[in-house]
Design a protein around this ligand. Structure first.
Ligand code: ZN
Ligand code: ZN
Ligand code: ZN
Length: 180
């Protein structure tokens, strides 16, 4: 296949589409992009992030079973993943994935929530009011009051006082409930 036959992507950026580029690469090398110019017998590789020469098994494969490894070592890759997850874009992507995954499970969710509400009416009522109070700014989200973890849930020492809320992370919250 020649370049002339590659479909031009008339998108906003006026570039080749990924699919078209992939076809070009395959036409040029006879191999898919992720397998381009890589030998299977590499034993060491230098990490593009930390620059340390390391055994090849410290690098994730680009695809399952593919010889090509990612440029960063596993430690650096994990760090990159964490950064991505914390970034605005990453969080939006994760939210999107979550919505996609649970789109069809609404009935199950409603059932579960209903069951919970019936089992623990006082807790559910207080939680709902606290959620609303947080939404309209009556109470402010805080980090865990025991350990400082940024991710904290609302805990009610007294369900009769829905606006009296303690912020506890998951693990401190569990401990608090086990204690009682
Ligand atoms: Zn590294
Ligand atoms: Zn905590
Ligand atoms: Zn609680």
């Amino acid at each position: 296949m020649s370049i002339g036959q590659v479909p031009w992507n008339k998108g906003k950026r006026g570039k080749f589409s990924d699919a078209a580029l992939e076809k070009l690469r395959q036409a040029a090398t006879g191999r898919p992009a992720w397998n381009k110019g890589v030998s299977d017998n590499l034993t060491h590789k230098r990490c593009s992030k930390c620059g340390v020469d390391q055994p090849i098994d410290n690098f994730y494969r680009k695809k399952k079973g593919a010889p090509l490894r990612v440029p960063q070592c596993k430690t650096c890759q994990k760090k990159l993943n964490d950064e991505w997850r914390a970034s605005e874009h990453g969080r939006e992507m994760i939210r999107k994935q979550f919505r996609e995954r649970y789109k069809n499970k609404t009935d199950e969710y409603i059932e579960k929530a209903t069951r919970r509400a019936l089992q623990k009416p006082a807790e559910t009522k207080a939680a709902g009011r606290a959620r609303y109070a947080l939404k309209i700014g009556l109470i402010k989200q805080k980090p865990c009051e025991r350990c400082g973890n940024e991710k904290a849930e609302k805990h009610h020492p007294d369900y009769e006082q829905p606006l009296k809320v303690e912020f506890l992370c998951r693990s401190c919250h569990m401990k608090e409930h086990l204690r009682r």
